[in-house]
Write a protein that binds this ligand. Structure first.
Ligand code: MN3
Length: 201
């Protein structure tokens, strides 16, 4: 079965004015679609085509192929990205995720500062993440990745990510990545991120 672009669970304009409809339409309909199309071409007629994309990009042999790494990462990253935003988003998390954020970053403001710094200092194209690091003690970390690399490729589980490729914000924000990242916080769906956290634990 071929990989496919998941349907958005909201209208292209739902996140406006924070993220405009035209950006969402092109980002979802053209950019994400291209990753999926190129991924399908890269795994055509191999058993890799049957895998869940999150499993595929944790396969070290598979992602030694750059077409699979870049397009598989692109598919996985965007599939997460669409779901962590909502027209009812913003604010702060509650419950277990809030406690974990406080334990790792002091408080929510400390997390926001660190996440924003990761997004703004990622040179060129990439992503900033809130990830679960598995180990003797499981904890939350903020990190960034280049290109379409995913924390999954390093054994961590991303629960929130922001796309800082220029295609994610240039129409509305031009070179003002800081304004885009600030606006992203207004649409974060903390309910979904909390569910991601629970599943990752
Ligand atoms: Mn993108």
């Amino acid at each position: 079965m071929a990989f496919s672009v998941p349907e958005l669970q909201y209208d292209f304009g739902a996140l406006a004015p924070h993220i405009d409809a035209r950006t969402m339409e092109i980002h979802h309909g053209k950019h994400h679609a291209a990753y999926v199309s190129n991924l399908n071409a890269a795994v055509a007629d191999t058993p890799l085509a049957e895998l869940d994309v999150n499993d595929l990009i944790q396969d070290a042999d598979a992602i030694s192929n750059s077409a699979i790494r870049n397009n598989g990462g692109g598919h996985a990253n965007h599939s997460l990205f669409w779901t962590v935003m909502s027209q009812n988003g913003g604010g702060e998390p509650t419950g277990a995720l809030a406690e974990a954020i406080n334990a790792s970053f002091g408080d929510f403001a400390g997390f926001q500062e660190k996440f924003t710094a990761a997004a703004l200092t990622r040179f060129g194209s990439g992503w900033a993440w809130l990830s679960v690091e598995h180990g003797d003690t499981t904890k939350l970390i903020v990190e960034s990745t280049p290109n379409q690399d995913s924390p999954l490729m390093e054994g961590r589980t991303p629960i929130l990510g922001v796309d800082v490729w220029e295609h994610a914000y240039y129409l509305n924000y031009q070179n003002r990545r800081p304004d885009y990242v600030k606006a992203f916080f207004e649409v974060i769906d903390w309910t979904t991120v909390s569910d991601n956290y629970t599943q990752a634990m």
